[in-house]
Design a protein around this ligand. Structure first.
Ligand code: SAM
Length: 292
C-alpha cells in the first residue's frame, strides 16, 4: 500500500515530482512526522460522526489523517499550484473536498452550508499558516458557526499568549480576545524539526473548547475590545496613565475615571496585565455609565 503522505520519503518524492518549492510568504511548512499527526487527531478527539474543516492542507499530510478519522473533510487551500498535487495525493479518499480559496475571504456560513451536512458535529483541525494565525482565529471565533472543537497548530510563542493568565508577561489583548470566546489549552509542544522546510520557531498544538461564563456581559462587545486594546497599548505605563491617554486629561474626565476605579475597587497604580476578563467587562460597563 502507498506510504503515508507525511513520511519524509514520500513528502520529498511529491516535492520533487511536482517541482514544488515551499512558499515562505504563504507559511508553507509541511509536516513530515506521522506521530505528530496522530497526536493532532487524538487531541481533536475525532469521530466518524464529525465533519472537519481544515485551513491550508498543503500537500495533504494532515488531510489524510482527518479523512481516515472523520465523516467528511472540507479543506481551504489558497495556493493553486497545490490543487493538482492534492487531487493526486488524496485520490483514494472520497470524503475530502478541496476548495482553492483564501480562507480569510470565504463567506464561511454560506460555504459550509453548501459543502457539508451541518446537522453533524463540526470541528476545525489545522496546521495554520503562521503569518495569519490571529486573523484566522478571530474570524473563526467571531463567526456564528458553532464548532464542537477547534484544534490548531501555531507558533509556540503565540500559543503561550493565547493561554496566558493575568499577571504574566504573555497576557494581553490577544489572550483576552480568545479567552472571551473559548477556553484555549496547549495540548502539546511540537519541535521545529518535524517540518519540511524547518521553520525558525517551535510550535504547539492548541485546543479550544467552549468559553467560560462571565459574571456580566459587556454592554457592547466592540466597546469592550476597544477598551482592552487601549489598556495594553503602552504596557509599561500604569493603568491610570493608559486611561488618561484613552479618555483625556480634563479635570472632569479625571473625576469620572476616579469614580469608576473606586466603584470597581481598582488601584490606579495597577498594570492592565493584572486585570481579569471579568474586571475588564465591569470596567467597560462602568465607564459607559459614567458617560465615558
Ligand atoms: N497542512 C499542511 C501540513 O500540515 O503539512 C500544510 C500546513 S502549512 C503550515 C500552511 C498551509 O496554508 C500552506 O499549504 C499554505 O499554502 C496555506 N495557506 C496560506 N494562507 C492561506 C489562506 N489565506 N487560506 C488558505 N490556505 C492558506
Amino acid at each position: 500500500s502507498t506510504p503515508l503522505i507525511a513520511s519524509p520519503a514520500r513528502t520529498q518524492a511529491i516535492i520533487n515530482r511536482y517541482g514544488l518549492s515551499a512558499k515562505k510568504s504563504l507559511g508553507q511548512n509541511f509536516l513530515t512526522d506521522p506521530n505528530v499527526l496522530q497526536h493532532i487527531v487524538s487531541a481533536a478527539e475525532l469521530s466518524e460522526q464529525d465533519n472537519v474543516i481544515e485551513i491550508g492542507p498543503g500537500i495533504g499530510a494532515l488531510t489524510e489523517f482527518l479523512a481516515k478519522n472523520s465523516h467528511q473533510v472540507l479543506a481551504f487551500e489558497i495556493d493553486q499550484n497545490l490543487i493538482p498535487v492534492l487531487d493526486e495525493t488524496l485520490s483514494q479518499y472520497d470524503n475530502v473536498k478541496i476548495l482553492n480559496q483564501d480562507f480569510l475571504q470565504v463567506n464561511l456560513p454560506q460555504v459550509l452550508a453548501a459543502g457539508l451536512d451541518m446537522s453533524r458535529p463540526l470541528k476545525l483541525v489545522a496546521n495554520l499558516p503562521y503569518y495569519i494565525t490571529t486573523p484566522i482565529l478571530m474570524a473563526v471565533l467571531q463567526s456564528d458557526i458553532s464548532f464542537s472543537g477547534i484544534t490548531v497548530m501555531m507558533q509556540r510563542e503565540v500559543a503561550d499568549r493565547l493561554v496566558a493568565v493575568p499577571g504574566t508577561k504573555a497576557y494581553g489583548s490577544l489572550s483576552i480576545a480568545v479567552q472571551y470566546r473559548s477556553t484555549p489549552q496547549v495540548a502539546f509542544p511540537v519541535p521545529r524539526t518535524v517540518f519540511t522546510p524547518q521553520p525558525n520557531v517551535d510550535s504547539a498544538i492548541v485546543t479550544m473548547t467552549k468559553a467560560p461564563v462571565f459574571e456580566t456581559k459587556p454592554f457592547d462587545e466592540g466597546a469592550f475590545f476597544k477598551f482592552v486594546k487601549g489598556c495594553f497599548l503602552h504596557r509599561r505605563k500604569s493603568f491610570w496613565n493608559n486611561l488618561l491617554s484613552m479618555f483625556g486629561k480634563e479635570p472632569d474626565v479625571k473625576d469620572r475615571l476616579t469614580n469608576v476605579l473606586e466603584k470597581n475597587r481598582i488601584s490606579p497604580a495597577i498594570r492592565a496585565e493584572k486585570l481579569t476578563i471579568d474586571q475588564f467587562i465591569e470596567l467597560t460597563n462602568s465607564l459607559h455609565s459614567e458617560g465615558l
